[in-house]
Design a protein around this ligand. Structure first.
Ligand code: FAD
Length: 296
């Protein structure tokens, strides 16, 4: 199918883009990499009458170090750039480990970091990783100016975020890694590059005596948006990561933290099974990396 008719704008600056969006914020859609929006328009699942293409906005494509050891990633940075960036590998190794799981190289060459987060697909890897890394999202609109949104307040549900009509996600800020934190990501998909049936990202911080002082476990494809497995993480905090404890946490993630959907691809029970297996695997790997004092 072909998309419904629309007016196309390709502004050269963010200010210009914000002005166009503000003219009719409910009808306008932002075009980033187009890897989700264009198929949706071709199927007429999305029918914006105005398309504002951000691809000329070099000002939104960057990876920068922050003075406190964190990172700023511009929304229009291509996924493939994030995947290969040395600063990302050093300061956000969880992100580095996750990137190759997103779709295929051709899609990552076009798809953007910010587009993936703004799209808020429950099967998307980046919303869940942003949650685990406790990201801050920066947004701009002509009338509302600039604001920051904590990631915990950003995802509202299926393909829905705190972004208002006319608002552009401009930047994602990732805090500095806490010392003795280990990270890991894994997912199960029918074929490499397919959307995951279930994915798990974790960050685990250990004290010098081996006790867990902080844990964040994020799940994808198990609900209407990215899910933080709070019961599972709570079970780990204050304890040593014994095999029995990690099994208990994985059980809590599968039974208490989620109410997974059943669809063509997997039953709810199969998704719970995958959560059990992947949480065990990922928490072990993150814990081992934290013990090794490595940040990867
Ligand atoms: P677009 O498609 O351009 O936009 C998506 C939505 O976000 C639109 O509503 C748009 O208006 C909005 N938007 C984009 N940028 C902004 C912004 N800066 N501010 C406000 N709103 C904005 N993704 C995965 O996560 N995992 C996968 O396994 C995966 N597999 C894929 C397989 C295939 C075959 C294809 C075609 C896509 C797949 N994707 C997957 C999607 C891909 O990662 C997309 O690139 C991503 O979801 C959207 O990024 P984009 O830059 O292409 O955004």
């Amino acid at each position: 199918m072909k998309p419904a008719p629309f007016r196309y704008h390709a502004p050269e600056t963010l200010e210009e883009a914000l002005d166009i969006l503000a003219e009719d914020p409910w009808e306008a859609k932002i075009l980033a990499g187009g890897q989700s929006l264009i198929p949706a328009m071709n199927f007429r699942l999305a029918q914006p009458t105005i398309l504002v293409d951000l691809n000329r906005l070099a000002e939104l494509a960057y990876v920068e170090a922050t003075d406190d050891g964190g990172l700023r990633i511009g929304a229009m940075t291509r996924q493939a750039v994030v995947e290969r960036d040395a600063l990302v590998a050093e300061r956000a190794p969880l992100l580095r480990e996750t990137m190759p799981h997103i779709a295929h190289p051709q899609i990552r060459n076009r798809g953007t970091f910010g587009g993936s987060i703004a799209h808020a697909d429950p099967a998307g890897e980046l919303p869940t990783v942003a949650l685990v890394l406790d990201a801050t999202l920066c947004a701009r609109s002509r009338d509302g100016g600039e604001r920051t949104i904590a990631v915990g307040d950003f995802f509202f549900g299926l393909l829905t975020t705190a972004l208002e009509p006319g608002e552009v996600l401009t930047e994602v800020i990732l805090p500095a890694p806490t010392p003795r934190t280990g990270w890991a990501f894994d997912e199960m998909a029918r074929r490499h590059g397919d959307y995951a049936l279930v994915g798990v990202a974790a960050a685990v911080t250990l004290a010098g005596d081996g006790r867990c002082t902080d844990a964040r476990i994020g799940l994808l494809s198990v609900g209407e948006g990215p899910v933080l497995a709070e019961a599972a993480a709570g079970a780990l905090i204050g304890e040593e990561l014994s095999e029995a404890l990690v099994i208990e946490a994985a059980e809590l993630a599968a039974e208490a933290d989620i109410d997974p959907p059943a669809d063509l691809h997997a039953s709810a029970e199969f998704r719970r099974h995958l959560v059990r297996v992947l949480v065990r695997r990922v928490v072990h790997r993150a814990g081992d990396r934290a013990l090794a004092g490595a940040s990867g």
